[in-house]
Design a protein around this ligand. Structure first.
Ligand code: DHB
Length: 510
């Protein structure tokens, strides 16, 4: 993957980390005590007197805020360093002030998760710098007037041999527990817990989507009691999801449907990366390049052939009620639906002053893009992943590691990869795979009403079909989805915060 533009905060790539490293060494709050530790565990009652006053310069403006960091959001955490909220409130709200039309009672709560690669995630701090040293998303959100609840969660490498503590569905249980904490303490905390807006990128985007879709589903009930999660709703108001790596059980076939013509791959060499540096990409990662071998080409073909029947089984429709289908060759109205998004994206780029006249796969008439050759577009980069992209036959993918369990570090999660496995292996519990997939909850009556889904046209970490299917399914269930494929944007998030915040203000002030 080439990252050739000064994209902000989060730039992520695929990984196959199996090391058990944890980010503790890089934890800026390592020596900060937990905010709510008691003699018997952790109190679920928010203590508003515990804050620290802070200030920051954000684009020349002085921002005063209160911070309560390292609130453990469950009574009996398994990995307390990760199961925390860092809570930030603009100071003005404590003197009856208003910012951007919001008061302490009405202001939305922005809920960024720091999950990446399904790795363990420490809750981000306001003063941590984004990529390239720019101001954190948290400070930008505080400047906009939002209350910020930055959340961490367990991830797939936590624990020790025989006692892995962060395997699926730990990450979503943790994020839901954080939301429950906010609801339970709404009367005592600044911000409106009925206006929680979650934000995440990649694996974090998938979890943001799942958090919004699966709200209050009983499918997760059995996990909360053991952790001592607050007995409260885990419903959220809105979802912002950048390049969500979701629908993992169908992502392999989706990947080959889109990228099967690409026989050369180029991926980051993540083998030397430990968990600590996953979210800290200050130095570029070395790349591995290669060409698919005959066996991989055969696997690609198998998976490519699986996708149309899956897509058609969803019975998706577009905004006008037109069926979104694929024929046996992978062509049809669903492909056209994505192509239309690419055209819209290119036209937006042109309207912002980009010159796209040399791009051979676009047809431009009178300065407007009128058609895209989808197959030509796909060819503009190398593929990033080898087939199967997510459920690797040798169990080497991050997602194999996600779907391990307490005692088995890596598992398959698709019937195809189990059948064709190159190593001794088991299949993950199908209920766990199901509760990790936002697609399974689009029709949940408690699902968020408002969605903003982004996946860049240069993002080859998962198929563009994934975000398109999620969008269509949500819209069919009456959800308002703002969906776009930003032009030339690689696998990344938080690169368009002014637009994200304008969207938030639009829905929060309705
Ligand atoms: C992420 C990227 C991937 O390609 C993937 O398979 C899982 C997670 C990420 O950046 O979070």
């Amino acid at each position: 993957m080439t990252i050739n533009k000064p994209l902000s905060a989060v730039i992520l790539t695929s990984i196959a980390i199996t090391a058990h490293a944890t980010p503790q060494d890089n934890n800026p709050l390592k020596d900060t005590p937990f905010a709510n530790q008691t003699a018997h565990g952790y109190s679920l009652k928010f203590d508003p007197s515990k804050f620290v006053k802070k200030t920051a310069d954000v684009d020349g403006q002085n921002i005063a805020y209160r911070a309560v960091e390292k609130i453990v959001y469950v009574q009996h955490p398994i990995e307390p360093e990760y199961q925390t909220i860092n809570f930030y409130v603009p100071e003005a709200y404590f003197t009856n002030g208003t910012i951007n039309g919001y008061s302490a009672k009405t202001v939305p709560i922005f809920l960024p998760n720091s999950v990446g690669g399904y790795m363990p995630a420490l809750a981000s701090t306001a003063d941590a710098k984004g990529m390239g040293g720019q101001t954190s998303t948290i400070l930008q959100a505080l400047k906009q007037g939002y209350v910020v609840a930055s959340v961490g969660a367990r991830g797939r490498t936590l624990g020790t041999e025989g006692n892995y503590t962060g395997k699926a569905p730990a990450v979503i249980i943790d994020l839901k527990s954080a939301v429950r904490y906010l609801h339970a303490n709404d009367a005592n905390m600044a911000g409106d817990a009925n206006k929680i807006i979650s934000n995440g990128t990649s694996a974090g985007g998938a979890m943001s989507a799942l958090l919004g879709a699966s709200a209050n589903s009983h499918d997760y009930d059995k996990y909360f009691a053991k952790l001592g999660s607050a007995k409260a709703s885990d419903r959220i108001f809105a979802v912002s999801a950048y390049c969500p790596i979701t629908d993992l059980d169908h992502a392999d076939s989706g990947y080959e449907w889109e990228f099967h013509t690409l026989t050369d791959y180029e991926q980051m060499d993540m083998s030397k990366l430990n968990a600590q540096s996953y979210n800290d990409r200050s130095t570029p990662m070395p790349k591995i390049t290669g060409s698919l071998n005959d066996k991989q080409l055969a696997v690609s073909k198998d998976l490519q052939n699986q996708f149309p029947s899956y897509l058609n089984s969803l019975n998706l429709k577009d905004e006008n009620g037109k069926a979104l289908r694929l024929d046996a060759n992978g062509k049809g109205s669903f492909k056209d639906f994505i192509a239309k998004q690419i055209i819209a994206s290119a036209n937006k780029a042109i309207s912002e002053g980009k010159d796209l006249s040399n791009i051979s796969y676009l047809t431009i008439k009178d300065g407007k893009v009128v058609a895209v050759d989808f197959d030509g577009y796909v060819q503009h980069k190398k593929r990033m992943k080898t087939p199967p992209a997510f459920d690797a036959l040798d169990l080497s993918a991050g997602e194999n590691n996600l779907f391990g369990d307490k005692t088995t570090n890596n598992k398959h999660f698709t019937a195809y990869s189990l059948k064709n496995s190159s190593v001794a292996s088991n299949l993950a519990d199908k209920d766990i795979v199901r509760v990790m997939n936002a697609m399974n909850y689009a029709n949940n009556p408690y699902a968020s009403q408002y969605w903003r889904i982004r996946a860049g046209t240069d993002d080859y970490d998962t198929s563009h079909a994934i975000s398109a299917m999620l969008t269509a399914k949500l819209r069919m269930n009456g959800k308002a989805v703002d969906y776009a494929l930003p032009w030339g944007v690689p696998h990344s998030g938080d690169y368009d915060l002014p637009e994200l915040f304008a969207w938030i203000d639009g829905i929060a002030k309705k």
